[in-house]
Design a protein. Structure first.
Ligand SMILES: Nc1ncnc2c1ncn2[C@@H]1O[C@H](COP(=O)(O)OP(=O)(O)O)[C@@H](O)[C@H]1O
Ligand SMILES: [Mg+2]
Length: 298
């Protein structure tokens, strides 16, 4: 029986004292995959920092909920390389993870023709960068985020009437974008793909007064049947990914620009939450894709 590792971390593992309040996503994702596997493989969730000997004992490692990698990106990539070198299939492949771990990849997608959000890319950010961004974009409100980041952590939004305090800084590569109001009206679209095939779509909305759609901040999501043009936009992003094979899993996050087109906000290929509750066939699709990858490898 194949052994599949569901890589997690202390903020997501069920018995961990430091488990985060939104780690129920870990349980839902694990349960969907387990149901999809239907006894065809052993599935075990464990810390990505577990001893290498232990990790090397698996046939496939799925990046389930290793949410803390954003503060230890190099260590994480090294660990994945080591697991892969031990003969374990890492999903998504390390090459994909490396490319996707710095949001500068958005610039590459833009060059390949993706509809994207105008972005400034300072090596670090302070109040003067934010003030300059208001003028550059002709915008009254901007969002500042880390180039290596997830879950809106370390992210800020400022307006001309509520600018950053004098001592505010992001001491790492950052990105500044105009604030897109469609996030608060329509919400953020997510399109889930397994092995390059569309699985399901949803719209995520922030709780009243917030603009971050993550469940940690009270965001909620609902399944949607995407309009043909919207699905085509997401499929277009999938086709622009610079890899020979489609990734095992992908979540394309999009937001509507004033002109009506969906722009890519992120192409999540590392450890996206894949909203199993909104995708009836999703668990089965993911399980089948993993078993197919295992069969091909052997
Ligand atoms: N330009 C923007 N305009 C409005 N809201 C934004 C913008 N960029 C990000 N957000 C909000 O912040 C959240 C987190 O940003 P995102 O780019 O998805 O980074 P990550 O999910 O990796 O932290 C988004 O889901 C959205 O709710
Ligand atoms: Mg996001």
């Amino acid at each position: 029986m194949p052994k599949i590792a569901f890589l997690a971390c202390p903020i997501t593992l069920p018995t961990s004292p430091t488990r985060r309040s939104d780690a129920f996503e870990h349980d839902l994702l694990l349960a969907a995959l387990k149901a999809g596997l239907a006894g065809r493989a052993d599935l075990i969730d464990l810390d990505w920092r577990a001893p290498l000997e232990e990790l090397a004992g698996f046939d496939l490692a799925y990046l389930g909920t290793p949410w803390d990698y954003t503060d230890a990106k190099d260590e994480f990539l090294e660990r994945l390389e080591a697991i892969a070198a031990a003969g374990v299939i890492v999903c998504n492949p390390v090459e994909v993870i490396r490319w996707n771990s710095d949001k500068l990849y958005l610039r590459e997608l833009e060059r390949r023709g993706a509809s994207s959000i105008p972005t400034l890319w300072p090596e670090s950010a302070g109040p003067s960068d934010v003030l300059a961004a208001f003028d550059h974009f002709g915008a009254d409100r901007v969002v500042v985020k880390r180039r290596v980041g997830a879950g809106a952590i370390g992210q800020d939004s400022f307006s001309r009437t509520a600018p950053p305090p004098a001592d505010w800084r992001i001491e790492q590569p950052a990105m500044i974008q105009p604030f897109l109001p469609a996030i608060q009206s329509e919400g953020e679209h997510s399109f889930i793909f397994v092995d390059g095939r569309f699985s399901h779509a949803l719209i995520k909305q922030a709780s009243h007064g917030d603009y971050r759609i993550q469940s940690l901040y009270g965001g909620i999501e609902r399944a949607v049947e995407p309009a043909a043009a919207d699905l085509a936009a997401a499929q277009g992003i999938m086709a622009m990914l610079p890899f020979a094979q489609p990734p095992l899993y992908a979540r394309i996050d999009m937001v509507r620009l004033d002109g009506g087109a969906l722009a890519v906000i992120e192409a999540e290929l590392i450890e996206p939450y894949l909203y199993p509750e909104q995708g009836e066939k999703f668990g089965q699709m993911l399980a089948d894709a993993m078993l197919a990858a295992l069969a091909k490898h052997n």
